[in-house]
Design a protein around this ligand. Structure first.
Ligand code: SF4
Length: 415
């Protein structure tokens, strides 16, 4: 069979990469491309397709080096036993594509992952080579995210961090039992060992750069990971617990969630249906509660039902508030920031605005209304100079009263 053309391979390998969620370029420092000495920078000037959590528009060329794979993870379309059309790029081809897309302003950077061809170290070597050619031979200053292979030689993973802004290692599934069942070639110990190596390399690099400013940067945007949601029996509480442990142990910048999608010729150990997409969204909201709203993982888990699942019809912050009503109402004129952040419908920006304005005046309900999208939904949870909810907070039908219609869902992160 003839080798597919470059365009055909691009179509195959870009399509095969679409299942990977962990590609936001948040948190990187900008590489300086002034004086015309380098190509590109992460300061957007191309066509933007996505927003990173820090608000920057980003667009990345997101491809696999190859979709050949010697592993047989049940949930993966590229697994050894899958009957898909296979393709492969050389490192130089990935470099040429990246540069030509960049020069046309299509992208701001590259997200490169790969199936495992021949063996893990051989594949990792090829990915590292892409980073090296881009940075060393072309002085490429755009964003590079390399998905590293935990089973590869740890020295190669370290080299990846020298060329990439961010490296990631997929934890794949929230529980060890799930990993053993669905990804029999992978091991939790090996994955976590590789994450620990990257954490150590990042820490060593920070230390070296304190003493020698010329020391090369190592993965300045840190490391991230991805978990597949809904392919195994793990509950939301399990997932929240795992994510929190990963943040704590390995100082991850982000945990990404990817709702499992059924694949052609799927193994019988997989569910037939994908989980509702809103489940993925609720997990991201939980993640924000832990990272920006001061919630402990146990508190987010407590917002879940007896089956460990977060409600789908309301966000986890509202679910927590309805379950722990003794924490409300919160006095917007006196409460500390951490308590204001617990109020459903008050985002970090509004809380900042409340704290700033109450230095000069005592806030009334209409003052809070000017800062929020819908004060009606806040009423059961706050006290102002002229408002106290009295019995409203404890009403048995409060959930029904404030649970919005689908089209006007109460937004956890309302501005
Ligand atoms: S190692 Fe990666 S590409 Fe290969 S089957 Fe597993 S998930 Fe898919």
């Amino acid at each position: 069979m003839s080798q597919p053309s470059l365009i055909e391979r691009l179509a195959i390998l870009a399509d095969a990469a679409k299942y990977d969620a962990s590609c936001a370029s948040s948190g990187t420092s900008k590489r300086n491309s002034k004086n015309g000495t380098g190509i590109g920078s992460t300061e957007g000037m191309g066509i933007c397709h996505a927003y990173a959590p820090d608000g920057r528009c980003i667009s990345l060329l997101k491809i696999l080096l190859t979709n050949h794979c010697v592993f047989d993870c049940h949930y993966c379309i590229n697994r050894k036993s899958s009957n898909v059309r296979r393709a492969r790029f050389t490192p130089q081809e990935v470099v040429d594509l990246t540069l030509s897309f960049y020069r046309r302003n299509y992208i701001e950077g590259l997200f490169l992952s790969s199936g495992i061809v021949r063996n893990s170290s051989h594949t990792m070597e090829q990915m590292v080579e892409v980073g090296r050619i881009l940075r060393e031979e072309h002085d490429f200053r755009g964003y590079i995210h390399l998905k590293t292979i935990p089973e590869a030689d740890s020295e190669l993973v370290r080299q990846a961090g020298l060329w990439a802004d961010r490296v990631s290692i997929n934890v794949e599934l929230p529980t060890k039992a799930g990993l053993t069942k669905l990804a029999p070639d992978k091991s939790e110990a090996v994955i976590e060992g590789a994450m620990a190596d990257v954490k150590e390399a990042i820490a060593e690099n920070k230390d070296a750069r304190k003493h020698f400013r010329s020391a090369p940067k190592f993965a300045p945007a840190g490391q991230s990971t991805q978990m597949i949601v809904g392919a195994d029996a793990a509950s939301d509480a399990d997932i929240v617990g795992k994510a929190s442990a990963l943040y704590g142990q390995f100082r991850l910048r982000r945990v990404y969630y990817s709702a499992f999608s059924p694949i052609p010729d799927a193994s019988s150990v997989l569910p037939l249906k994908r989980p509702p997409l809103i489940r993925e969204h609720r997990l991201y909201q939980s993640d924000w509660l832990m990272r920006f709203y001061g919630f402990a993982p146990q508190e987010v888990q407590a917002a879940a039902g007896a089956d460990g699942m977060l409600p789908l019809d309301i966000d986890p912050k509202l679910a927590w508030a309805l379950k722990f009503r003794e924490s409300f109402p919160v006095d917007v004129n006196r409460a500390p920031r951490e308590m204001l952040l617990r109020v459903p419908g008050l985002g970090t920006k509004v809380v900042g605005a409340i704290l700033a304005s109450r230095r000069h005046r005592t806030l009334r309900l209409e003052d809070v209304a000017k800062l929020t999208v819908s004060v009606a939904k806040l009423r059961p949870f706050i006290v102002t100079a002229d408002w106290r909810p009295v019995l409203l907070t404890d009403r048995a039908d409060l959930r029904t009263l404030i649970t919005p219609q689908r089209s006007e869902q109460l937004e956890l992160f309302a501005a």
